[in-house]
Design a protein around this ligand. Structure first.
Ligand code: AMP
Length: 419
């Protein structure tokens, strides 16, 4: 009977023929992070639910509607991480990293889980490359994090990605702003969705980020935070803009960006693909998050996360993945006597760091050659009784180079030299 079980809705399989695309994106993430001095951090796929309730914010869509939360067999409430920032802060607190060298710079490549309605570019399991920077309130830190994200996109060949930035101020400027928002939304209260009605008193800024079309329509005319910034937040935003301009990074100020997570203060930003309208990366400053999780600690933080499925999708649409060049060697064996010699040559090639394959299907020579071609082998060697006896072989270059006459003993080094 055929397997009836399918992958869960909103998840993706990456097949062997496509995994190189993911590796290109992930390798770029690691390379660019290293250039800015960020080192990798790894943490569990699941955490205590409370970490995200407190760290992401219990009035956010992510926490209110989208978390994969369950009781484990020990009756603990566990949640599959919906993002990386809260976990990264938890790691730094738990291991005392905020007491060490500052600024502290870390990056991660993770899976994340949100129970969202699957659609183009939106999945229930997705992957993020994220970077976090702790311990500095300087606007130069905001510029660096944005520059890191922009360099990553550039490294992938993704030009023409729009960068939108905004400042959502600090708790001080938000006092007046919240009051203005409350007044505005109260006059539309009966039309808001049920979740937003509940947000009206507790966190009216969240309504600006609601995905419901009616709430979106109402939010379009709401007061703008930029009109309520205090002097310090204003100065921070002005310096950031000047510094981005100095760095040659173009941006638009979009006063409507608030971002879906509660912890942001001051700078927020989003990189968007103009063709599809999809957000490819987003982030901002979150000076209040660390003390939210540990009131004794006052540590500024900021960071961003980029969605890898969306990046791979946009790169496919734009034809940015290169054709894979021919690589490695296929050592065909004709007859039982040739098998040990073929295996030996393959082993020698692998010891030199090269890809080498031999027949595992007991196929005819013609079928072996077809396999070699389909797997994109660069060199092909055919070993039969004559080759075993004389020790002499011919290396065929599938990339169009001249055949090379050599010996079984020297073939590995000769091929390795050319790969
Ligand atoms: P966020 O953590 O919400 O700031 O998201 C950061 C980035 O992750 C977004 O810009 C998207 O590229 C990606 N992302 C967020 N949610 C999803 C999702 N459900 N499916 C795919 N990618 C996502």
């Amino acid at each position: 009977m055929a397997l009836e079980i399918k992958a869960p809705r909103g998840t993706n399989d990456v097949l062997p023929a496509d995994s190189y695309k993911w590796q290109i994106v992930e390798d770029a993430a690691r390379r660019v992070s290293d250039r800015f001095g960020y080192r990798e951090i790894r943490f569990p796929t699941f955490e205590s639910t409370e970490l995200f309730e407190r760290g992401v914010g219990d009035t956010t869509d992510v926490v209110q509607k989208e978390m994969y939360t369950f009781k484990d067999k020990g009756d603990r409430s566990i949640t599959l991480r919906p993002e990386g920032t809260a976990s990264a802060v938890r790691v730094c607190l738990e291991h005392g990293l905020f007491g060490g060298l500052m600024p502290l710079k870390a990056y991660y490549v993770i899976s994340a889980f949100r129970y969202e309605k699957p659609q183009a570019g939106r999945f229930r399991e997705f992957h993020q490359f994220g970077a976090e920077l702790y311990g500095t309130s300087s606007p130069q830190a905001d510029r660096e994090v944005i520059e890191l994200a922009a360099s990553f996109l550039k490294e992938l060949g993704l030009g023409e990605i729009s960068l939108n930035i905004n400042s959502i101020g600090c708790p001080e400027c938000r006092k007046n702003y919240h009051a203005a928002l409350k007044e505005y939304f109260a006059s539309h209260a009966e039309d808001l969705c049920e979740t937003c009605k509940g947000r009206l008193d507790r966190n009216p800024m969240r309504i600006l980020d609601c995905k419901s079309p009616v709430c979106k329509g109402i939010a379009a005319d709401a007061p703008l935070i930029l009109d309520y910034l205090c002097d310090d937040c204003n100065a921070h935003f002005e310096t950031l803009k000047a510094s981005l301009t100095d760095a040659g990074i173009s941006f638009n100020v979009d006063p409507h960006i608030v971002r879906g997570l509660d912890y942001y203060t001051r700078t927020v930003f989003e990189f968007t693909d103009p063709a599809s309208g999809l957000a490819l990366a987003g982030g901002g400053r979150y000076d209040g998050l660390v003390s939210e999780l540990d009131p004794k600690m006052k540590v500024c933080g900021l960071g961003f996360a980029a969605g890898l499925e969306r990046l791979v999708g946009v790169m496919e649409d734009r034809g940015l993945f290169p054709e894979l060049p021919r690589k490695g060697a296929y050592i065909a064996a004709m007859g039982q006597k040739a098998v040990p010699a073929a295996n030996k040559l393959a082993t020698a090639l692998r010891a030199l760091g090269c890809r080498a394959e031999t027949d595992l299907m007991e196929r005819s020579l013609k079928a072996q050659m077809k396999y070699a071609d389909k797997t994109n082998a660069r060199f092909v060697v055919v070993i039969g009784d004559n080759e075993v006896e004389s020790g002499k072989i011919t290396v065929k270059d599938m990339a169009g180079g001249d055949p090379i006459e050599t010996t079984l003993a020297e073939a590995a080094a000769i091929m390795a030299d050319r790969m």
